[in-house]
Design a protein around this ligand. Sequence first.
Ligand code: PLP
Length: 474
Amino acid sequence: MVYAVPLQRLNQIIMKSTYHRSWAEPYKIKMVELLRMTTRAQRLKAIREAGYNTFLLRSDDVYIDLLTDSGTAAMSDQQWAGLMMGDESYAGSRNFYHLESAIQKYYGYQYIVPTHQGRGAENLISKILIKPGDVIPGNMYFTTTRLHQELAGGIFADIIIDEAHDPLSEYPFKGNIDLKKLDQLVQTHGAAKIPYVSMATSVNMAGGQPISMANLKALYEYTRPLGIRVIHDMTRVAENAWFIKQREPGYEKHSVREIVKEICSYTDGATMSAKKDALVNIGGFLALNDWDLFEEARNLVVVYEGLHTYGGLAGRDMEAMAIGIGESVDNNHMHARVGQVEYLGHKMEEYGIPIVRPIGGHGIFVDAKRFLPHLSQDQYPAQALAAEIYLDSGVRTMERGVVSAGRKSTGENYYPKLELVRFTIPRRVYTQAHMDVIAESAFRVLKRAKKIRGLKMIYEPKYLRFFQARFEPL
Ligand SMILES: *Cc1c(COP(=O)(O)O)cnc(C)c1O
């Protein structure tokens, strides 16, 4: 018998299709937003005017925007329809009650206070729980989270496992907490000085690395008898749940939805930036299980955000959030979401671009120390690399290194071990072809890496300097 395709090749194809099934987006496109393409000369002018800080570029000058996955998601038709269901009453909007029931249903927390975004919730919980001189352990810092802790008089202590600081470590749960480090803090300061552990799922600054369920359980078993609370930064909890499903024995058959709820059950409350996982352009909340804390939060939110049934949001924003939360815990959504990030990561690895391993949930983190080994950290290698990538292709990324780390309250610079450029992928926004263009641009810049010069900071704002700092080439 004669085969059009040789038998051996046919078997290979059959084998491949048996074991490998590609992911694809569980949605189709209903509307598109046109992008402006720029020339290199236009981009050079734009990045100079922006002081070599990608945060200061106008988005009209950007082709593919990977600055952040925050508030950049494409909402579904259901969410857009939800906007029209906005009940804009000052108090007791029906959308608030829908949001409250979505949070109870999908996350399991009892009481909620909406806030305009994540940092609004961080402000409330820090003010309520932290006394001056308290120590707040966390699995790596996040910029706004730590700043609110410090503004409330607290001292942040990093208790993430050492592997998290090593971009080459393949450890599958680099978001884990080192309980020995936590115990050391308890021995030194006493449990009374530690109001809570600030635990993040999918640790942003470590490269979107997950925490394991086993670690969470062990943490809760350790903290509960000591009266130390666990406050969950749940900004990317569903992405973390996806990694638990993929990597943690015993969870293969659990749904993202079940895993998300189990994660939350080992914590006492949560702050949420709904602009990430929850697929909205604005919104957040503080969730609590303790009525007394909730009473305080409900009181305080009136000062900073708005009445406790809207917290700085329009009714329509709360409706879109309630719908987005449900969509975010869907297995197929998460498969495509993380699948797209992994696609970009593998492509970059094929080109030899040094990235943080394992590939995280919300973006690819390029290791600027290995990309530009000739630059010292005082020459802002990650900042310089982000500017170069923009110049090459109009792809906007951001620095996550010494500029983002900022200064201690004493004025000294923090020198983080990780000096990264974050290629953050907005949810449901770009296609696989966009991913190809991004990886090719990073490769082009890599080929001329030796010629890239460092930067000098010429303007430094007092708080969260990475947002507004300005630079000049050395
Ligand atoms: C974005 C983010 C926050 C802050 O939320 P905003 O909505 O930007 O105020 C807190 N924690 C983590 C991990 C985040 O990624």
